[in-house]
Design a protein around this ligand. Sequence first.
Ligand code: HEC
Length: 141
Amino acid sequence: MPKIVALVACALCAVCLAACVPGPKMNYTAAQVKDIDDIHELMRYAYAETKGIWGLEGQEALAEPDYALLVKVGEELEAVGTVLGDKLGAERAEGFRVISRALAAEGGKMRDAAKGQDAAGAKAAIKAIGESCDACHKQFK
Ligand code: HEC
């Protein structure tokens, strides 16, 4: 019996992890990201937009639609990192801005690698992007 309770709790938890971050108010283009003034909104956007990229890091080969997604998300994350570093991070610790710039740089690298259909480069950037999210959350969230 306790086993079943644990299983149900686990299942609920998994659903929650996937669905408990509210979506952003709108589906911003990369060019619109600079107008976001609220860190929660920016993070919800970053979370929603990156959902599809994490699984690609472990994928053997990348196909045309994968590259197209990585170009789009790379551009968006370049903008997210820039807004975090230049605007929302202006009054925060220098370390916050350093990680923000790293996110922007890796977003740009992912876009460029995906444009050139460089799978290894794109996957390395996905990994580095995940590390930037984690590094900042560990220190500043
Ligand atoms: C430079 C710092 C920094 C980076 C990089 C960063 N975050 Fe965040 N994130 C934060 C902070 C700070 C908060 C907490 C905001 C608060 O509660 O005031 C946060 C909160 C969040 C939240 C909770 C949102 C909510 O509803 O409040 C999500 C989801 C999130 N981040 C996703 C991401 C993802 C995905 C990435 C990488 C693509 C990322 N973050 C990169 C600083 C960062």
